[in-house]
Design a protein around this ligand. Sequence first.
Ligand code: SAM
Length: 238
Amino acid sequence: MIFHVLTIFPEFFEGPFAHGVVKRAQDAGIVEIRIHNLRDWTSDRHKTVDDRPFGGGEGMVLKPEPIFLAVESIWPVKSAASKVVLLSAQGRVFDQAMANRLSACSELLFICGRYEGVDERVAEHLADEEISIGSYVLSGGELAAAVVIDAVARLLPGVLGNDASAAFESFQDTGHGEGLLDCPHWTRPAEFRGWKAPEVLLNGNHEEVRQFRKRTAVEKTARLRPDLLSEPGPEGSP
Ligand code: SAM
């Protein structure tokens, strides 16, 4: 899968994809990440990407021309399995169901906003999706793009050591109930500062371990994310 990122801060991405699962996915050739500098699609001496908002007000807005030109030059012909994603505080809130859906694409192109945001014609006429990573305002779309890429990349076949591991994480079918949080985990030492790991996990009885994990996953979901037990999510996820 190819991820494209359109940004005015290409150096930002030197860090987030240079470690762990996403790095290994790139090394294995399963994932390719191409970072594009938005200023490469400007034509003036100052490489201007922003301008003042019509109607007045604070801050600057990213202009539409360089963004449209960039996307049209990255994808002169756009396939049905490719999607342009605008990162925006005003977008639909990203969740695991969205990550699953996006992981079926062959290429994704992320537009990272800055300043007061992006000229609305990008959302209206260029982006296939406008996605927020949560109900708070970031300074730019770069962190959000890195979050979405990480969540999508780990779902691709062959990226995690064991293909089943993504399926058994929180919000997926954890094996303890679909759409719940994962069960809590413990590791050695069995006792740490007087706090013991649950005895049932040490006794080797697989059925008892399964029952314990199911119960604790439901309990933790009820305690920390009761919303997951009730209302369906925006994409029909529990
Ligand atoms: N004026 C905008 C508003 O109030 O909704 C905020 C603009 S924000 C300072 C600049 C850029 O950061 C946005 O264009 C977007 O690309 C990105 N951004 C901010 N919050 C985000 C979020 N929660 N999810 C995704 N992207 C976000």
